[in-house]
Write a protein that binds this ligand. Structure first.
Ligand SMILES: [Zn+2]
Length: 641
């Protein structure tokens, strides 16, 4: 007999993923709640991430001295000539976050030892008051918080906090958590109410403080995040040549903006943090503002791949409809940041459009970046490559847009961002709510959450059949919902031996008392389809793309005879593309056009295009482009006639 009933508000919920709002209806999973099949699309990538990418990142940062920067500070030997940019600390933190998720997903003694060793070296550089940074604040370095626009100190601290959240959410309250809490305390002391009235040029501390507050039960961290969000947009950051207030999102207060603008990664990190603040403080005006910005940005400033950011100069969003394929920047980190924002919006609303964009971005940005062996990466993800890239060198790549994956970059934010995302991918596969479970992303494996154990069998995205077998289920009636992607048009769902029913994009809801052995079969249509650009996107008017399921396909020079250039192919829109083992086959013609003969590539005579022999060509998944060597490539293909 117990004297007190258990408090009803202490419902057990899986608070072990990257994002765990206190009051949301929908909850993501912990990384250990999902086991991806190692032979499935994402299971293969998780294995490569664990087996190659983590070590690859560690070795590069050791080789370049970015980790030794912490040792130098600990020894009192810091100098301004330290290797790495002022944000290199953040790469060590993002790697720690990736390692923490990976250890939570699949414990491994040697990875645990590497993690502990790295944490020790980071911790040794922490000041007595909690300040931790290797580029500022020590003899021989610029003073603390002396360059709020470009110093990245709070940005670095944010990534430290996210690493500690990953550690905490995977069951450890140890050294990294203590280091991060002391660093967060120092930030609150310095920048709290009545303190230094400033924001960091690169948002990240906001989203990290909210999550650290949630994970560690510190309301102060949430309040500090709220202050940073409210302070932004009031022009306190000094603008520099080429870097406007808009670049820093310091031009308009978050709650007054209608669309994302400026540096894409900054804008998306800030939005994720602002939305978190809105959720935790029940600030509906702020939540509505972020939701509107997301909707407008996705509707007018987002590429077919889900990529964001069309301007190289400031790694930023362009104007509405400014979406050139060849000059698409689409930084891999912006894809990661877009997933972060969409995930938060989903948890608050349960709307399918958010996991729809997450799927598009996962398959066509996140999966595009790493090579098959997990040791080289795309930083920019253009949709059209006019010249084959030079073969990747083994050295540090200074150019983010080389047309080939590179092992490491001068600014190397993307590899560790890919690593932490893939290590924590299980968290995004499904969600639970009071009514049951929702399967959001289709990946072969096993899901344990909300009283369910689901075995998911599929060869998606190569095949459209998804078999969900119930291994365990709640005793009472509950709901299992399956996301029907927006691209699907319609799909069919069959429960056990019942007749298959057609379902429209959104959700297929199955409500019943589930029994172990129940089977649900989802059939998603994977017939290749044309996707036409909005007429307002001048850069791709008169062209069409081909998609198959969640995959954007591309025409790569590797698949054409050597005498045919990618840019001489015209697609016949009257011929339906059809499925092929490599992606799709489409029909069209090879064209020759009259060339301009004057000094400029323009002339008074309208060019004549002669269409020659009809051809059929192969389109391959964009995420694998340039895997077979440097190539030219395009996603949007001009239409014949
Ligand atoms: Zn990046």
């Amino acid at each position: 007999m117990t004297l007190f009933a258990a408090p009803t508000h202490e419902k057990i919920r899986p608070a072990t993923g990257p994002v765990a709002p206190a009051t949301s209806t929908h909850h993501g999973l912990g990384v250990s709640d999902v086991r991806l099949d190692p032979a499935g699309f994402w299971g293969i990538r998780q294995a490569v991430n664990a087996g190659a990418t983590l070590q690859h990142c560690l070795e590069w940062m050791e080789r370049l001295g970015w980790i030794e920067n912490f040792d130098r500070v600990a020894r009192g030997e810091a100098t301004v000539t330290r290797p790495g940019w002022q944000f290199s600390d953040s790469e060590i933190y993002k790697l720690l976050e990736a390692m923490a998720w990976e250890l939570g997903r699949s414990p491994d003694a040697s990875l645990a030892a590497a993690f502990d060793s790295l944490v020790d070296r980071v911790g040794a550089a922490q000041d007595d008051d909690g300040y931790l940074n290797t580029a500022h604040g020590h003899p021989g370095l610029p003073p603390r918080y002396s360059d709020m626009a470009m110093g990245h100190e709070l940005y670095n601290t944010g990534h430290l906090l996210q690493a500690a959240v990953a550690r905490h959410r995977t069951g450890h309250d140890d050294r990294l958590v203590q280091i991060a809490r002391r660093a967060a305390d120092q930030v609150c002391k310095e920048f709290g109410a009545g303190g230094f009235d400033a924001v960091c040029g690169h948002p990240e501390i906001e989203v990290a403080l909210v999550e650290a507050g949630r994970a560690f039960g510190e309301r102060r961290y949430l309040e500090q995040a709220r202050l940073f969000v409210e302070r932004r947009g009031r022009g306190t950051l000094p603008v520099r040549p080429l870097l406007s207030a808009e670049y820093f999102q310091d031009d308009v207060p978050v709650r007054e903006a209608s669309v994302l603008r400026g540096h894409a990664v900054r804008a998306l990190y800030l939005s994720a943090g602002a939305f978190d603040v809105a959720v935790e403080t029940h600030d509906e005006e702020l939540a509505d503002a972020v939701t509107t910005q997301w909707r407008n940005t996705v509707a007018r400033r987002t590429y077919l791949t889900g990529g964001m950011g069309s301007r190289h100069q400031d790694e930023g969003f362009g104007d509405d409809w400014e979406l050139p394929s060849d000059r698409a920047y689409c930084e891999t980190c912006a894809g990661v940041a877009s997933i972060m924002l969409a995930w938060r919006l989903y948890l608050a609303t349960g709307e399918a459009r958010y996991p729809d964009l997450i799927e598009r971005t996962l398959f066509n940005v996140v999966a595009t970046s790493p090579s098959e062996d997990g040791r080289s990466f795309f930083y920019a993800n253009p949709l059209h490559q006019r010249e084959p890239g030079a073969s990747a060198s083994d050295g540090v790549n200074n150019r983010a847009e080389g047309g080939v994956r590179a092992p490491w970059f001068d600014v190397s934010c993307c590899p560790t961002n890919v690593a932490r995302t893939i290590a924590s991918l299980g968290a995004y596969v499904a969600s639970v709510d009071d009514e049951g479970i929702a399967v959001l992303q289709y990946a072969a494996g096993e899901i344990r959450a909300g009283g369910f154990v689901l075995h998911v069998q599929t060869r998606y995205p190569d095949e459209g059949t998804v078999l969900v077998r119930i291994l365990a289920a709640p005793e009472s009636e509950s709901r299992l919902r399956l996301r029907i992607p927006g691209w699907a048009g319609s799909a069919t769902v069959r429960v056990n031996l019942d007749e298959a029913i057609d379902v429209a994009p959104g959700w297929a809801d199955i409500r019943r008392r589930f029994e172990p052995g129940d089977e649900i079969v989802l059939e998603l249509p994977l017939t290749p389809r044309f996707t036409w650009p909005d007429d307002r996107i001048d850069a791709v008017r008169g062209t069409v793309a081909v998609e198959r399921g969640p995959l954007v396909l591309c025409l790569e020079s590797t698949d054409l005879p050597s005498y045919v250039r990618v840019d001489n192919v015209r697609l016949d829109a009257d011929l339906a593309p059809y499925a092929h083992a490599d992606g799709a086959r489409a029909g069209g013609v090879i064209v020759a056009a009259t060339s301009s003969s004057g000094p400029l590539p323009f002339s008074a005579a309208r060019p004549l295009t002669t269409e020659s022999v009809p051809v059929e060509f192969t389109l391959v998944p964009y995420h694998r482009w340039a895997e077979r060597g440097p190539a030219t490539m395009r996603i949007f293909i001009p239409v014949a006639g």
